[in-house]
Every structure is written in structure tokens, then in C-alpha cells.
Design a protein around this ligand. Structure first.
Ligand SMILES: Nc1ncnc2c1ncn2[C@@H]1O[C@H](COP(=O)(O)OP(=O)(O)OP(=O)(O)O)[C@@H](O)[C@H]1O
Ligand SMILES: [Mg+2]
Length: 343
């Protein structure tokens, strides 16, 4: 199975009540790529997926699969597999019945169907469960049946809308890596919607961050985290420390609690860094503040340090030293991890 290029060109979708769900959407998804769509509730993620699937048609713009304009093709002619958030399995059919449902509709012979069903049961690790009814399965098993059913007709594109959202944290993490291996093994072009940034980072070759129906940023997980396009993206993906700049000094920037190193020639009003980029120092640091919170998280500790700004600084420290509550903490930061943002 080789992947398909999906291209959305100038797509816009408004609903009858005037809600503009998607606008000015230009997007190319490469063959075999897994694209994660990330964003807050109501930003247009599902609508984008439905435009690709053919469950909605855009008011403006076009959708291409490779060089074919599929804008007016209904879902059954687009050759897509889709997995919904709530499984949407047929409760009156057993596992095998669910998986071969689409094959039956397409007129595949019973012998071929059984062969394909066995392949899929193995692919999703449910060899023993073909005859089970749906209500005898765990949430994770149901999700795998939904995946097998979507993959059964060998679609050229796989679309997943929050496929793991209904599962508990541990199961979600396990299925996440299974799904990752599966998608890579199949080489299928996949688009999946999530509002879990960890999931988007782990599964997506690239992430599309959406804000109010528009592209906020489209880039690799690393770029999104390290070079967020604007304050919305930065705040949505990972935690952020903001320093309000008082003035320029000889070697840096004066901020609440001290002075940050700054090599730029400009004078920004705010500079930012990630919690893991603040280092707890034994002696001198760049800023000092009082410890107002300390949370052990296993591999690291999260410290809250009050430097007299509106919000305490977040510090992720892997040394797991236990500090006394209220202790004065000195923090250092490398100039290259400080960044500015467009609002
Ligand atoms: N059929 C519809 N009729 C009217 N408005 C709709 C319809 N479907 C979606 N919308 C609106 O369009 C906007 C985008 O909806 P969409 O379902 O794409 O968001 P989403 O990003 O998937 O959100 P969530 O994370 O909550 O699933 C929302 O304001 C929503 O209320
Ligand atoms: Mg949605």
C-alpha cells in the first residue's frame, strides 16, 4: 500500500447558523505521512477531517487526492477509512462481522472476506476474539476492532478522530505506540485529530495546530515546540515561562527577580523559556525567587518559584533535590533558549 498526497486548497466551511468552522485552509499532506491536527475544542479539527473524508463539502476551495479533484466526491467514492472517537461499531455484529462489514458491501466473496478478516485480526492482535460480541470487549479492544474495520478495504487514506480519547491513560499510551507502528508499517497517509499534545507529538510526523478555523502553525513536533510561530501555539504546546522586560542592561535584560542574559540587539517587551530550561543553581543564578511549590513527578520535579512577577516561574528539574518550602532558589538560563513571540 503506498500513500496518497492529500491537498486542501483555500478551503472554507461555514454552517447554516453562520459559524465559520474552517477558513483559508491550505494544506498538503505527503504520501505516507501521519499528520496530527491539534487545537482547542471548536477550532475546526473534526470539520477539517470531514472535508478530507467527503462527509462535508467546502463552501470555497478544493480537495485533491494526488492529482484528482475529489471536492465533489462523496465519502464512499474516496477510498478512505475512518475511525471515530466513540468506536461506532455495530453492536449486533460480532468482531469479525464488524471487520468484514465494508467488504461485504463491496461484494467480496465469503472466502476472501474470511482471509482478509484473519489478516486484520492478527494485525490488531485480536486473533482469539473474532467470534466475541462487541459488549464483551474492553475499550482498547473495541478501538482496535474499529481500526481493523477501517483498514479492511485497504483504503488509500486513514482518518482518525480522537481515536484514543475514550481510553484510560495507560491503555492510551500502549495503543498509541501500537498505532504508531501500524501506521508506519502500512505506509498509509493518515490524519488524526487529537487535543492531547503528547499524542500529537508522539504520533505526528507533522502537527497542524489550529486556532479558530485557521492554521496557527504546521510543522514538525520539534519545530512546534522549539520555534512556536506565536503565543497561541507556544501556550498550547507545552508550558511556558514569560518574563516581562523592565529595561536593557549592559549584558542583558532586567526582569523581576534579576537579569537575564540576552545577546539580541533588540529590546523585547517579553521573553519566554520552557520550564526545563531553567537550572537550579547552588550559588549565583540569573534570577532569584522563593520556592512556593514542589511536585515530585517521578523522573523530574516541577518547582514553582515566585520572583515577584504575576505568575511564579515553572522549573522542571531532574536532580530531584528536595528543597525546603520557602527557600530562596537561584535559577540560571542559557541565552539561546530564550525566545520572543508574535502575539
Ligand atoms: N453541523 C454543524 N452545524 C453548526 N455548527 C457546527 C456544526 N459542526 C460543527 N460546528 C461548529 O463549527 C466549529 C468547529 O467544529 P469542529 O467540530 O470542527 O471542532 P473541533 O475542533 O473538532 O472541536 P472538539 O475538539 O470539541 O471536537 C464549532 O464552533 C462547532 O460548534
Ligand atoms: Mg471534534
Amino acid at each position: 500500500m503506498t500513500g496518497t498526497t492529500i491537498r486542501l486548497q483555500g478551503c472554507r466551511k461555514a454552517f447554516a447558523d453562520g459559524t465559520v468552522a474552517v477558513q483559508d485552509l491550505n494544506l498538503t499532506i505527503e504520501p505516507g505521512e501521519t499528520l496530527a491536527i491539534l487545537g482547542p475544542s471548536g477550532c475546526g479539527k473534526t470539520t477539517t477531517l470531514r472535508l478530507i473524508a467527503g462527509l462535508e463539502s467546502p463552501d470555497l476551495g478544493q480537495v485533491f487526492f494526488d492529482d484528482t479533484d475529489v471536492t465533489r466526491l462523496p465519502i464512499e467514492k474516496r477510498d478512505v477509512g475512518m475511525v471515530f472517537q466513540n468506536y461506532a461499531l455495530f453492536p449486533n455484529l460480532d468482531v469479525a462481522g464488524n471487520i468484514v462489514y465494508g467488504l461485504k458491501i463491496r461484494g467480496m466473496s465469503p472466502a476472501e472476506r474470511n482471509k482478509r478478516c484473519a489478516e486484520l485480526l492478527e494485525l490488531v492482535g485480536l486473533q482469539e476474539h473474532g467470534k466475541r460480541s462487541i459488549h464483551e470487549l474492553s475499550g482498547g479492544q473495541r478501538q482496535r476492532v474499529a481500526l481493523a474495520r477501517a483498514l479492511a478495504p485497504r483504503p488509500r487514506v486513514l482518518l482518525l478522530d480522537e481515536p484514543l480519547a475514550a481510553l484510560d491513560a495507560q491503555l492510551r499510551e500502549r495503543l498509541r505506540s501500537e498505532l504508531d507502528q501500524l501506521l508506519r508499517g502500512l505506509g498509509i497517509t493518515a490524519v488524526f485529530v487529537t487535543h492531547d499534545q503528547g499524542e500529537a507529538m508522539a504520533l505526528g510526523d507533522r502537527i497542524l495546530v489550529m486556532e479558530q478555523g485557521r492554521v496557527a502553525q504546521l510543522a514538525t513536533p520539534r519545530e512546534i515546540y522549539q520555534q512556536p510561530a506565536n503565543a497561541f501555539v507556544a501556550g498550547f504546546v507545552g508550558n511556558l515561562n514569560a518574563f516581562t522586560v523592565d529595561s536593557r542592561t549592559a549584558n542583558g535584560l532586567k526582569v523581576s527577580g534579576g537579569e537575564l542574559p540576552w545577546t539580541g540587539s533588540n529590546l523585547p517587551s517579553t521573553v519566554y523559556c520552557r520550564p526545563e530550561h531553567l537550572r537550579v543553581m547552588d550559588g549565583e543564578g540569573h534570577v532569584r525567587g522563593r520556592l512556593v511549590g514542589q511536585f515530585f513527578q517521578g523522573a523530574q520535579s516541577r518547582l514553582l518559584v515566585d520572583v515577584g512577577a504575576a505568575q511564579p516561574l515553572l522549573v522542571d528539574s531532574t536532580d530531584n533535590v528536595i528543597h525546603l518550602p520557602g527557600a530562596m532558589i537561584a535559577l540560571a538560563v542559557e541565552p539561546q533558549v530564550l525566545f520572543t513571540l508574535h502575539s
